[in-house]
Design a protein. Structure first.
Lengths: 199, 145
């Protein structure tokens, strides 16, 4: 056997070992409710593609190559309609507001609790995430504690109107997520809130 | 009152546990969860945990809402594994790794991706998808197709 035929055999064997077929894969970024999209970065071995516009797509072909592509709304509904129909309903967000440095709701927000209950009734197995927030008056530790107290207080209101406590999770986010950005030490009523996610 | 039936169903599938990272909100057709070697049919209200494998049949779909408001659904003939899920509701830090081994997946990313853009990754047999806060769909063709 010549060196050349040996090389051919080796190459053929290598080709065989690589022949495990790669299954075709498709990724498509979709527009959100506002019509814009975020970004998905597709990586395969050395290759990388960034999908950052609505219907931008990427296909991994059977030979392993990455190929940029674009899908249409029609193709999405044909290939993914059943899958998209199984997505859970988007969580609804309610914001309830508090009186300064207390864990008491404003009168308006107390009335809003009924809207939470109405939204829950539209969902098959509702659960609720309650997240307390504060303004920037006081230390982080103080505000973490206060925000948790506010969340627990709202949980109390919700269990009071008949929602089982094991369906409600609470968290305090302190002054980390200001609705209205302010400097530290600012008494901003719109930041003293509890976010309720019904989902 | 629909709420009553939900409460009863909640009692049936068991109270929430600290290990729960999500909950099945939607399901149709044949679908099951593999957990610790056991196989359980998927029902609405069922809690989902890290390491769960969701498997759907030819007419099956499953939709799950996760603790950070990420929404995932698996279409028919799909296998989806929740490899890792952690989420801190105070800091919004966390990590969400899932694998689509076959079939179709739809994703609406949640709060942890807003906090740190590299927090969510979806693996497929051929690639890794880094999710930077968006909605998207993925399909892995069946062998031989």
């Amino acid at each position: 056997m010549t060196a050349r035929t040996t090389l051919c055999v080796v190459l053929a064997l290598l080709a065989c070992s690589c022949a495990t077929p790669i299954r075709e894969e498709t990724v498509v970024v979709l527009p959100g409710p506002d019509g814009k999209s975020g970004t998905v970065v597709v990586q395969r071995e050395g290759a990388r593609q960034v999908l950052d516009s609505p219907y931008a797509a990427n296909v991994v072909r059977g030979d392993g190559s990455l190929e940029a592509s674009r899908a249409s709304a029609l193709q999405i509904s044909e290939s993914f309609g059943t899958t998209l129909a199984a997505l859970p309903a988007r969580p609804t967000t309610f914001l309830l507001y508090f009186i300064t440095a207390k864990d008491e709701l404003t009168a308006e927000s107390t009335a809003d609790l009924d809207k939470v209950l109405a939204d829950m009734r539209t969902r098959p197995v509702p659960d609720i995430a309650v997240t307390g927030h504060t303004d920037t008056v006081g230390t982080s530790e103080y505000n973490d504690r206060l925000s948790m107290q506010r969340a627990e207080r709202v949980k109390g209101f919700l269990t009071g109107i008949g929602i089982p406590p094991d369906r409600i999770q609470t968290a305090g986010r302190g002054k980390r997520e200001l609705l209205v950005p302010t400097a530290d030490g600012i008494d901003e009523p719109r930041n003293r809130r509890v976010e309720i996610n019904v989902r | 009152m629909r709420w009553i039936s939900a409460v009863l169903l909640g009692a049936f599938v068991g109270a929430a546990s600290a290990n729960d990272v999500g909950q099945v909100k939607v399901t149709k057709g044949v679908a099951h969860v593999e957990r610790d070697g056991a196989r359980m049919p998927v029902v609405v209200g069922m809690p989902i945990r890290q390491s769960d494998k969701l498997v759907t049949g030819a007419d099956g779909t499953v939709g799950v809402t996760f603790a950070d408001n990420s929404l995932l659904s698996a279409g028919p003939n799909s296998t989806l594994v929740v490899d890792k899920f952690s989420f801190n509701a105070s800091t919004h830090e966390g990590q969400f790794d899932a694998s689509l081994q076959r079939g179709t997946l739809a994703v609406i990313s949640g709060k942890m991706v807003k906090q740190s853009p590299d927090a969510m990754r979806i693996r497929t047999p051929a690639s890794i998808l880094g999710v930077r806060g968006t909605e998207f769909v993925v399909k892995v063709a069946d062998p031989g197709s």
